[in-house]
Design a protein around this ligand. Structure first.
Ligand code: NAD
Length: 339
């Protein structure tokens, strides 16, 4: 069987999982190398995964014989630059979300990809989650009629350490987290968002404001064909990693998401409990594997990726509109932002 030669850039929490999946659970992939600006970390991951090559620089990994494709899992602010470098070297790319943290970077990354004639997929792995993809199939089959309302909730469990804000390496909440819901908002509704009206708060952690970030946000959406939507994001639910989405149509509704990680409810003298997922690596474990398998298969067979750079750009445009709306305290047109 021909295998796709792959290198992973940035092997922190997410990149390590991608590398591990590629090494063990994606039969059509051959993980050749990992690279990380923390070269010792790259070496450690390479040893753990029993692969030969580790690098401190992307350029050195790109020069390695056999690398056909790069998975990018650096912090958000470095995605666009890494995409440009990998594209210039003629490699196919799977980049973590967001595509970039501003539109200028996003466009320059997409230009580099199209000039090089390589493929780019953006890591909106929720599209591969079995529950979300089952919902999409039913929407496509017309089971809920014409979608009218989109609602999505994304809550992380634990508040990020203040150092995560201080480093300024990732985009603010709308770019780093809500972007998944913005992608679902387009994909599941099969329509484009034209306007965003955001409210956000730092009330329970005011020190976050000085880093330009927020603790929670709600974003109302308007769609081209007349549908409406609402997305809520919160960085510290404390009780679990809680991701839920509802698509309400003219003929019914689909609710994706559950409070239960395991299909069991535990009843004791203190009351009932359920085991909630506490982290995205648990909740979306299958999706991350399916995402890589599909990407690798498409690259080997010269098919376009299922989630494109254009999808990355459209979701980013909604995030930019949401941020502008929040800062300017008024609704903001998404297409106006894009032009
Ligand atoms: N799709 C998802 O569900 C999901 C989940 C978590 C994270 N992410 C995304 O994955 C990316 C990484 O997140 P994380 O939580 O793994 O972060 P992390 O901080 O745990 O890991 C980032 C790694 O990148 C390395 N790095 C930093 N700058 C670099 C550079 N310029 N070149 C090479 N390596 C560099 C760091 O040393 C670190 O090892 C982020 O963009 C994040 O938004 C996506």
């Amino acid at each position: 069987m021909r295998k796709l030669g792959i290198g992973v850039l940035g092997v922190g929490e997410m990149g390590r999982r991608h590398a591990e999946n590629l090494r063990r659970l994606v039969p059509e992939a051959r993980l050749l190398a990992v690279a990380d600006v923390a070269a010792a970390r790259a070496k450690e991951v390479a040893e753990e995964l029993e692969i030969e090559h580790s690098f401190g620089k992307l350029e050195d990994m790109l020069a390695l014989k056999g690398i056909e494709c790069v998975v990018i899992a650096t912090p958000d602010k470095f995605h666009a630059q890494a995409i440009r470098s990998a594209a210039a070297a003629g490699k196919h790319i799977l980049s973590e979300k967001p595509l970039a943290t501003n539109l200028a970077d996003a466009h320059s990354a997409l230009d580099a990809v199209s000039q090089a004639g390589v493929h780019l997929q953006v890591g909106f792995m929720r599209r591969y989650d079995p529950a979300y993809s089952a919902a999409m199939k039913r929407i496509e089959a017309g089971e809920i009629g014409e979608p009218v309302i989109f609602k999505s909730i994304g809550r992380d469990k634990d508040a990020p350490p203040i150092s995560a804000y201080q480093s300024q390496l990732n985009g603010m909440l709308f770019y780093n987290n809500t972007i998944h819901d913005f992608d679902l908002a387009r994909w599941l509704m099969r329509d484009e968002v034209t306007e965003a009206h955001a409210y956000a708060t730092v009330a329970i952690r005011p020190e976050v404001a000085q880093y330009g970030d927020i603790v929670a946000g709600v974003v109302n959406l308007k769609y081209r064909r007349g549908a409406i939507g609402n997305v809520e994001s919160f960085v510290q639910s404390t009780y679990g990693y809680d991701v839920r989405t509802e698509i309400i149509g003219s003929a019914g509704s689909i609710l994706v998401g559950s409070f239960q990680q395991t299909p069991a409810t535990f009843l004791t003298k203190n009351g009932g409990t359920q085991t909630l997922a506490d982290h995205y690596l648990t909740r979306f474990a299958d999706a991350y594997v399916l995402e890589l398998r599909d990407f690798v298969h498409n690259m080997l067979n010269e098919h376009p990726p299922r989630v494109t750079g254009e999808d990355g750009l459209r979701a980013l445009e909604i995030a930019v509109a949401a941020e502008n709306s929040y800062r300017e305290r008024k609704p903001c047109g998404v297409s106006q932002v894009a032009s």
